[in-house]
Design a protein around this ligand. Structure first.
Ligand code: C5J
Length: 223
């Protein structure tokens, strides 16, 4: 065992070993951050999420340079929508639902252009991409097995949206015993008030389900 690295975080310093840590990049897909996708069909201003792209690019570069494992996720459904619960399908604006044709292909359907990860954050060779039908990255995916096989015990979590897929994933990861650090400028919400509250909820009560730090603190710890 090597000396763990430490990141100045809320509520306390976050300590991690690069070899047993993975950077999780949640749902940085066109469907959420570009016009014409799932996020916009729900009435959201998708430009609000674009602020995470630059810090996340820097974070990805530092993570890759340090040899820390990177795992991306994508929310989406099979073309026949058999993995989409009726409750999820029925929700949202009736004019544009999951599976409907949009400017980037069928909304939130695997294999469509809109389902893809944005070019700026595209996975590179050797990085795992987990397709998930739900908000959490463990539900009906192989993520748990991937992490166990790699001996991962700590997760550095980024992506969108803070209060939905990031929260669902971090809460479950915490229940499964992972130590989770959420990078505050690398997660984004369509709602500024949810961003602030979502981050505060994670580190409150002595870190009830994780730690929060700016990405610069994590990048500094790696270098
Ligand atoms: C949502 C997500 N918000 N990736 N998905 O539906 O947070």
């Amino acid at each position: 065992m090597t000396t763990p690295l430490a990141v100045g975080a809320d509520p306390t310093s976050f300590r991690f070993e690069p070899a047993t840590t993975a950077l999780l990049v949640i749902d940085m897909q066109r469907d959420f951050v570009e016009p014409g996708g799932f996020g916009e069909t729900l009435g959201n201003d998708v430009s609000r999420l674009r602020g995470v792209i630059a810090p996340l690019r820097r974070t990805l570069a530092a993570t890759r340079a340090a040899g820390v494992r990177v795992i991306h996720t994508r929310e989406g459904h099979l073309p026949d929508l058999s993995d989409c619960p009726p409750a999820k399908l029925e929700r949202g604006r009736p004019s544009m639902r999951i599976g409907d044709p949009g400017p980037n292909g069928r909304i939130l359907v695997r294999g469509e252009h809109g389902h893809g990860i944005i070019d700026e954050l595209a996975p590179v060779d050797g990085e795992t991409v987990i397709d998930k039908p739900g908000k959490g990255a463990f539900y009906r995916t192989g993520l748990g097995e991937v992490l166990s096989a790699a001996g991962i015990t700590s997760l550095v979590v980024t992506g969108v949206t803070t209060e939905v897929c990031v929260h669902t994933t971090v809460r479950e990861a915490n229940d499964r015993g992972y130590e989770c650090l959420v990078l505050s400028d690398c997660v984004g919400s369509y709602f500024p008030e949810f961003q602030a509250a979502g981050l505060a909820m994670i580190s409150a009560q002595g870190g009830i389900f994780g730690w929060v730090a700016p990405s610069a603190a994590y990048v500094a710890a790696l270098s």
